[in-house]
Design a protein around this ligand. Structure first.
Ligand code: HMG
Ligand code: MG
Length: 306
């Protein structure tokens, strides 16, 4: 099959900037600024947004106001909001705040998992007893993340079969989708092809998403591989905000503007208005008070003069 023979007509973007983006900022962002950013993201046409984290505020103080953010955003026609949730306490908080979807997260490598949630991989899977099934029983949808699949900041190379074992367990327990994480942005295209071949041998493409940090500028190249291999959901973060405080060296996610620019340029619908998204990126930059790295964010939408 030739390159680009099987491109999809549309792709779903799962926006993570209010969570993955803001969890990594040194400065505390005010609740009303978070709400303003989420409103601007929705205004651009994004429909799936991870708005908060119900993790320990001691571990991630930046997102301690998850309840307020979720309540102020409320429900919106056609939009689906999610939030990270590591344990039963997180689920209680998410339900009380009116969330209809939560996301569990776990790493394919033991050391990152231990540093991130203070538990081994198997202990983390057991902790999900308090989250996945109870959430589904309460009528919520549950997404799963498998992190460090392309590489671990502590262990280096990771065997993707360790991640596949976890993904199989999360799907069997009821997660509707597994987002495969290149947490520190080390992935290259051939590696992505090999990881996806392994996962797609037993998991349907519509149950998988890619969550690619863009630390080394390879995220978009890996998206192209994903598109070719049937993946239709991509996580992204406006302006390229993001990182994981427990993954040293992790830069931001793939910038949503770069993803939308590339997909729309290839004739793939995203439902997002790039100009409005660019404006949301300006808001993100203003509220974090530092320059964001996204390429389209910096180049602008209209100017093609380079
Ligand atoms: P712990 O300290 O081992 O747990 O943390 P604990 O159960 O002993 O609890 C410690 C304290 O936190 C207690 O309070 C609990 O009540 C409280 P104290 O008695 O000391 O006053 N607590 C909570 N409070 C509010 N909400 C909760 C909650 N749970 C406990 N849900 C824990 C274990 C998992 C809680 C902790 O390690 C944690 O919160 N870790 C989160 C780390 C994190 O959010 N990392 C970033 C997100 S992951 C990521 O970015 C990767 C991703 O983007 C994908 C990718 O890029 O690959 C998703
Ligand atoms: Mg991430």
């Amino acid at each position: 099959m030739a390159l680009f023979d099987s491109l999809p007509a549309e792709v779903s973007i799962y926006e993570v900037s209010p969570r993955d983006g803001l969890q990594n900022e040194a400065a505390q962002v005010a609740t009303h600024s978070k709400v303003r950013l989420i409103e601007a993201l929705l205004e651009s046409g994004l429909r799936r947004v991870e708005i908060a984290s119900f993790v320990s505020p001691k571990w991630i103080p930046q997102l301690a106001d998850g309840e307020q953010v979720a309540r102020l955003i409320g429900e919106r026609e056609g939009a689906a909001f999610s939030a990270l949730c590591p344990n039963g306490r997180g689920l209680e908080r998410a339900i009380a705040a009116g969330m209809k979807e939560v996301a569990v997260f776990i790493s394919a490598s033991e050391t990152h998992n231990q540093k991130n949630v203070n538990k081994s991989i198997d202990e983390t899977l057991r902790a999900f007893d308090e989250v996945i099934e109870p959430a589904i029983e309460a009528g919520l949808r549950v997404r799963g993340y498998v992190s460090t699949l392309w590489g671990c900041p502590y262990e280096g190379e990771v065997d993707p079969r360790a991640g596949l074992r976890i993904a199989d367990i999360l799907l069997e327990r009821g997660c509707y989708q597994i987002s495969l994480g290149d947490t520190i942005g080390v992935g290259t295209p051939l590696q992505t092809k090999r990881i996806l071949e392994l996962f797609l041998a037993s998991i349907p493409a519509d149950k998988l998403a890619l969550h690619l940090h863009d630390t080394r500028g390879t995220a978009l190249a890996n998206v192209i591989v994903g598109l070719e291999m049937g993946i239709r959901t991509y996580d992204a973060s406006v302006g390229g905000l993001g990182g994981c405080p427990y993954a040293p060296g992790a830069a931001g996610n793939l910038a949503t503007e770069d993803l939308v620019y590339t997909l729309e340029g290839m004739g793939i619908r995203t439902g997002v208005d790039l100009e409005k998204l660019w404006r949301a990126g300006q808001i993100a930059e203003a509220i974090v008070g530092r320059e964001l790295p996204g390429k389209v964010h910096r180049a602008g939408v209209r100017s093609l003069s380079g």
